[in-house]
Design a protein around this ligand. Sequence first.
Ligand code: AMP
Length: 281
Amino acid sequence: MNQPLCLRTVVDLRAQVAGWRQQGLRVALVPTMGALHDGHLSLVRLARQQADRIIVSIFVNPTQFAPHEDFGSYPRTFDQDMALLAQEQVECVYAPLATEIYPAGFDLSIILGGPATAGLEDRFRPTFFHGVATVVAKLLSQSAPDIALFGEKDFQQLAVIRKLVRDLDLPVNVIGGPTIRETDGLALSSRNVYLSSQERHTAAQIHACLQEARTALLQGEDAHKACEEAKSQLQKAGFDIDYLEYRDAVTLGPAGSGACRLLVAAKLGTTRLIDNIGIEG
Ligand code: AMP
């Protein structure tokens, strides 16, 4: 099995992409922070259906972590990631040196409105989307792909990136991929390794409660009541809830008559989990 080509500089990445372009090939970017699991690989497989060459970026982006968050301890499993990507026959891994993204004197932070200020993740991680928008803009500018793929697991992030691309007229097609789950419903996440075995068992309640709330909503239950019911169930199971909200699926503003989404963030012990579910209008 061929290891993907591993590039660490913008110059090398651009030369590689230019070569592909000359051959008329379609290029996909799948941005990740590594510690890859089937959720990431599902995006690679989706990319494979729509592009000729795939770049997976692996960069644990310091600017999206607050000082008290887990930047230092975030799982880093580079060799295993390379092996998984070799199995998927990914052509290129872009694992930039930190100085390729944030060179000395770097002075940009992208601050978006709209979905980035919807009062969900941004309420609890106030600088998170500044870091995400800035690094994604850099990665898109450096790799100039035709398509870029992101997971619905991070639903607000996906909406923020769509808005970033629209507001900056970036010539890339953003594609969202469905959330991949464990058999008990827990959304795959690189941070699930932080859960104790008891917490791991309880964690499945998040998806179960969202599904129950979804059923209630589709049966005409009042949205506030459905959310309060789901919150109280999760609290009883031991979660400390940051938010559980019913929102418009595109703007992430108040739910209207179109497609909607239930979004939740909750802590189990010291591990913070997020998830969401679609509610067809
Ligand atoms: P991360 O490495 O956590 O920054 O995630 C990289 C990409 O993988 C993001 O677009 C995530 O939304 C996506 N992703 C993470 N977990 C999942 C999952 N369980 N299902 C689908 N996509 C996911």
